[in-house]
Design a protein around this ligand. Structure first.
Ligand SMILES: *[C@@H]1O[C@H](CO)[C@@H](O)[C@H](O)[C@H]1NC(C)=O
Ligand SMILES: *[C@@H]1O[C@H](CO)[C@@H](O)[C@H](O)[C@H]1NC(C)=O
Ligand SMILES: *[C@@H]1O[C@H](CO)[C@@H](O)[C@H](O)[C@H]1NC(C)=O
Ligand SMILES: *[C@@H]1O[C@H](CO)[C@@H](O)[C@H](O)[C@H]1NC(C)=O
Length: 336
């Protein structure tokens, strides 16, 4: 009678196979196994992995745990409830999960050493961060870092092109070339940072009447500019006051913006100093006053000469002027 009951239960449990998932580093997982052991006289349960040698993961006998055959991998990492054989809850508590714990675990119930039942539990231990996630994380970090660097040094990459020039030069070209094909009837408008119109080209010709007075007679664009896409602007006699960011905007006939580019013009002071040469009569009246612009280079100790000529072209007087000392050339008592 007793054997029959056991057989029926055994059939029931034998069909049980389960699968669980966990993550590497998790503190523990319970591998489920249950059997009505109270009907057995000398029950024992062995948890094992058939792919290991020795295969024993954990063993429980009526006297307690029997771990001398335990595979070293599981040393100190397995436990079962103390009353497991009384209650029939034969679940295995496996702690400190490792990736290599992924396997099929067999729970084998024995009576006097004879196996009565076995059930399998398939355990899959996953990486908390799978390698693709790690790679993604690294990529993300790299992106953020490089993005930050790019942002920090953005002016090196995205800065407005600029042209540097010293004041006093004949002219400067604000170079702007585009490979974009522009329609023939496009309108080109150069403006400075104060929104003043610097140069306007429309309907195939310059439109000087649209220019701000500041730029009258001082600008030039290349002819047939729309063909090779050279939109460069030449600005004559640049001075400090021309220090600005210039915007070139191309409009279609309908007034839509086709292109917008900026060029910065940096006009250095030109390192020039203005010197005055004054010629006085013996009565102290000013006979002549001339302003001379001199270029100063660092450490320059050049000597400049102020020369006064008579109307006939004869040299009346010649004075040498040392830079940074005094530039005025006062000539008293000019006589014919
Ligand atoms: C499994 O064992 C760990 C470590 O001994 C313990 O903290 C945990 O509570 C146990 N889990 C269960 C369900 O008994
Ligand atoms: C350019 O031509 C269009 C029509 O062809 C005209 O409406 C516009 O006033 C012209 N602009 C200039 C500045 O001549
Ligand atoms: C520009 O040049 C024209 C003719 O060459 C002259 O009449 C006009 O006064 C000049 N304008 C300025 C602002 O110099
Ligand atoms: C022109 O601009 C540059 C920077 O854009 C600046 O360093 C320089 O001092 C400016 N010069 C004048 C005369 O404003």
């Amino acid at each position: 009678m007793k054997t029959l009951v056991v057989f029926l239960l055994l059939m029931n449990v034998s069909q049980h196979a389960s699968a669980v998932e966990s993550y590497e580093g998790n503190s523990f997982i319970l591998l489920y196994c249950q059997f009505n052991t109270f009907l057995l006289d000398n029950p024992s349960v062995v948890w094992s992995r058939s792919d290991l040698s020795p295969p024993t993961v954990h063993q429980r006998q009526p006297q307690g745990d029997e771990l001398k055959d335990q595979n070293q991998r599981y040393s100190g990492r397995t436990s079962m409830k103390t009353d497991a054989l009384d209650t029939g809850d034969l679940s295995l508590n496996l702690t400190n999960l490792q990736l290599s714990d992924s396997a099929t675990y067999t729970c084998s119930i024995r009576d006097f050493g004879d196996e009565l039942s076995r059930s399998d539990v398939q355990l899959q231990v996953k990486e908390r961060f799978p390698s693709w996630a790690k790679a993604l994380l690294v990529l993300l970090v790299l992106l953020v870092v490089s993005g930050g660097l790019l942002f920090h040094f953005r002016h090196y990459f995205m800065s407005v092109p600029w042209v540097g020039v010293e004041s006093g030069v004949e002219s400067v070209q604000l170079t702007l070339k585009t490979t974009v094909c522009l329609p023939k009837d496009a309108k080109v408008e150069w403006k400075d940072a104060n929104n003043r119109k610097v140069h306007v080209y429309e309907n195939g010709s310059d439109q000087p009447e649209e220019q701000d007075d500041k730029y009258k007679n001082r600008t030039k664009m290349k002819r047939n500019l729309l063909e090779p896409g050279d939109l460069s602007l030449t600005l004559k006699h640049p001075t400090d006051g021309d220090n600005s960011t210039y915007t070139c905007t191309i409009y279609s006939r309908e007034g839509n913006i086709l292109l917008k580019r900026k060029v910065e013009l940096k006009v250095r002071d030109g390192d020039t100093d203005t010197y005055t040469c004054t010629v006085y009569s013996s009565e102290g009246n000013i006979l002549l006053k001339r302003q001379v612009k001199l270029k100063v280079r660092d450490g320059d100790t050049d000597t400049y000469t102020c020369t006064v000529y008579s109307s006939e072209g004869n040299i009346l007087l010649k004075r040498q002027v040392k830079l940074k000392v005094r530039a005025d050339c006062h000539i008293l008592a000019v006589t014919k």
